[in-house]
Design a protein around this ligand. Structure first.
Ligand code: GLV
Ligand code: MN
Ligand code: MN
Length: 409
């Protein structure tokens, strides 16, 4: 069995945490200088681990094993949310490098082929799971050409040029190279910790859809405009947000979630009735039919608000929809055996409420995911954290599952 080196693992995670550090978290959005610095550092770390490492025109870092034969692909992402935690994505990438090193150092596993990837823009600054979709050949070129960071207005193509990646050909998956894709990740939710469990084997990943709702009323004086005369875009936004919340609650399954993550009022001043407003609405579930129902409900509410007036409302998808994905039964069985070995009786099978690159890979390779607990279930926050003993255990379990799959080839 390959033996991972816990000290080296933690040092690499801490090093990566310092690139774009922000308090106890990290600011490393896709294609930012910090993201690119982290990618160059990863290339060096992969090369030192004996992998042939490079960055493609999408920002993907891929470290390829020099060993012959079918390989395992391990990976995740190293870009972050506008204010992210230090482990979201970074954990799975550094685990991959550590597992590759551990196998190379163990005589019985030194011939195993392990490739390691850090996919680009998993978090969707421009387009969620961008790099892994490109690798799988499923990137929609219209979506790619239209992709924009909705917070800054910078387009994906501009960002790729500014990062110095324009013209570099993208990596492409050759399915015949790989036995499986494995991605380890922090849970990012409260379930493992609440049940005092140590590992999670993922069964399915949620699909997600994001929409922009734009409200057009009439800008006017906040003191002289009587309430009955107003076409107040903020008022319509608040009422529609509340109606959405009520209607979604009545349709939701136990794991369905919805979020209004961004609101903008224009001009956004205390003495002006806002003439325009917008908000981003996102909802997630593993059941695509339920996502269809939620989308229909949002459309019908928007139509009702438009008919009632006095503010016009428009609903449009922003960011491409991400489809839900099932994890491979065979890979789940391998991960479950590894979980039982390293956390006897203290692991569970569970769906993922977060999106992951495994979602893109799942239609092309036998794919599985392993979760470790998140302290207080906090993620997409600088407070995100996991216990060191849990981080080390997760890497050991991933090493065991990887070795077990490669042993059978
Ligand atoms: C990605 O991390 C997501 O689930 O939003
Ligand atoms: Mn992630
Ligand atoms: Mn994330």
């Amino acid at each position: 069995m390959p033996e991972i080196n816990p000290k080296r693992l933690m040092q690499d995670l801490q090093h990566l945490r310092n690139i774009g550090a922000f308090g106890s978290g990290v600011i490393r959005p896709a294609f930012s200088p910090a993201d690119m610095e982290a990618r160059l550092w990863l290339c060096n770390r992969m090369s030192e681990a004996g992998l042939e490492a490079s960055i493609d025109g999408m920002g993907n870092v891929l470290g390829r094993s020099r060993n012959p034969g079918k390989k395992i692909l391990l990976g995740s992402h190293t870009d972050t949310q506008p204010q992210g935690g230090w482990l979201d994505g970074a954990l799975g990438v550094i685990y991959g490098i550590e597992v590759a090193r551990a196998c190379a150092e163990t005589p019985e596993t030194a011939h195993y082929g392990i490739d390691v990837a850090s996919w680009s823009d998993e978090e969707g600054t421009y387009m969620g799971i961008l790099g892994s979709s490109s690798f799988c050949g499923t990137l929609n070129h219209d979506d790619f050409n239209k992709a924009v960071d909705h917070l800054t207005g910078v387009s994906l193509q501009q960002a790729i040029r500014a990062a110095g990646l324009a013209g570099i050909p993208p990596f492409r998956l050759d399915k015949s190279n790989y036995l499986a894709y494995l991605e380890a990740h922090i849970e990012q939710g409260p379930h493992l910790e609440a049940q005092e469990l140590l590992l999670g084997v993922v069964t399915a990943i949620v699909g997600l859809r994001t929409f922009k709702l734009s409200f057009t009323g009439e800008q006017n004086h906040a003191g002289t405009t009587p309430m009955a005369y107003r076409k107040d875009a903020a008022n319509a936004l608040i009422k529609l947000a509340h109606a959405l919340d009520l209607e979604f609650s009545s349709l939701a399954h136990p794991h369905t979630v919805w979020t209004i993550g961004h609101i903008r009022l224009d001009p956004g001043s205390h003495s002006v009735v806002p003439g325009r407003a917008e908000m981003l609405l996102q909802f997630r579930d593993t059941d695509e039919a339920l996502l269809d129902k939620l989308q229909d409900k949002a459309s019908s509410l928007v139509q009702r608000f438009c008919e009632q007036g006095p503010v016009a409302v428009q609903l449009e998808p922003v960011y491409p929809h991400q489809k839900s994905a099932l994890m491979s039964d065979k890979v789940q069985t391998c991960l479950a055996a590894a979980a039982q070995l390293h956390a006897p009786g203290r692991w569970t099978s569970m769906p993922s409420g977060a999106s992951h690159d495994a979602q893109a890979l799942a239609s092309h390779l036998p794919t599985g995911m392993l979760f470790i607990p998140s302290i207080r279930g906090i993620s997409h926050s600088i407070l995100e954290d996991s216990k060191e003993e849990d981080i080390i255990r997760g890497c050991r379990a991933l090493a065991s599952a990887t070795a077990a799959i490669l042993k059978e080839r």
